[in-house]
Design a binder for this molecule. Sequence first.
Ligand SMILES: *Cc1c(COP(=O)(O)O)cnc(C)c1O
Length: 380
Amino acid sequence: MSDRSDFTSEKYPELDSGPRILLGPGPSMVHPRVLRAMAAPLVGHLDPYFLKIMDRTQDLLRHVFQTKNQLTIPISGTGSAAMEAAVANFIEPGDSVLVCINGYFGHRLTDMAQRYGGEVVTINRSWGEVFTPEEVKEALVAHKAKVVAIVHAETSTGAKQPLGEIAEVVHDQGGILIVDAVTSLGGVPVRVDEIGIDVCYSGTQKCLSVPPGLGPITVSPRAEEILSKRKTTVPNWYLDLSMVQKYWGTERTYHHTAPISSNYALYEGLRLIAQEGLENRWERHRRNAQLLWEGLEELGLSLHVPKEFRLEPLTTVRVPDGVDDIKISMQLLKDFNIEIAGGLGELKGKVWRIGLMGYSSRAENVLLLLTALERVLGKQ
Ligand SMILES: *Cc1c(COP(=O)(O)O)cnc(C)c1O
């Protein structure tokens, strides 16, 4: 048996990470108002006050998603939980599914779709490229699919997938479109209704700039109908949207205890977005990305994705020959408290990933990073 005196605060000190400038692929930095909201006293998950906050959060989420969809809720869990909710609810065993893979998260979607019994066909592009509507159409003509899944903002590659005509192609072929907007929502336009996305999900920790923990999802009336006509029950109890909706909708039936503080944080984060204005926020992300791109090129570095398809919240920059990518990012962390990330999968060792998401997307962060990078690269 160990004694109380074994657990000294020398051995187990108080949390103290020091300040960090988070310019990686997530989590992004959090506005002080959001941190304060998380420290607010708890109320019960069926307290009339909390029910009001839930309604307001849903209104604000609809605004950010640019949708009128009734079924719009934050899933309890990170972006991957929202991804799994999309897959678990809309893919039944034996359903044909098309997944467009041009990065890490396309692979994750494929893995999940297969686990839920989907008959998955994929189309593939190298990491950093995007799909054309014609490619999606060709694939659907060759292999009819009930569900098509695509990533809007590939955080592993820094490419932004144009969605415009893809929803139309999918609908013409009788399918529904699932879009991963984890790194785009709140940073670049995600116009769910205008584009015609059927199921769109995100996460709080990227451009919404709220700590990881919730995964907003929105479902079109067409997709809701598919949900109501499922032949089998959703095999994932926790993420069954019709059950979760009974708590978030008018019935207010207990399903699981809502993470109160995380929901407070999301509410405050969404209020900040509404106050800034969506258009202004997109413009801020664009402006700061532009500043970063120009600065990186001035340092003699080259960007991995052609400008046309570059994702403002996440930039991939090539590691110059002979430079140790990990050593540079560790040095940035040690000397400047700046976090950036290395490449994943096909891009491992080849790029750094620099995030300018939400509250992290500020000119002072860009200028500090550029200066720090110049110094650290100079030393190598
Ligand atoms: C981060 C991310 C996810 C997963 O979100 P988590 O919060 O890490 O679970 C899914 N898709 C994309 C495109 C992401 O960037």
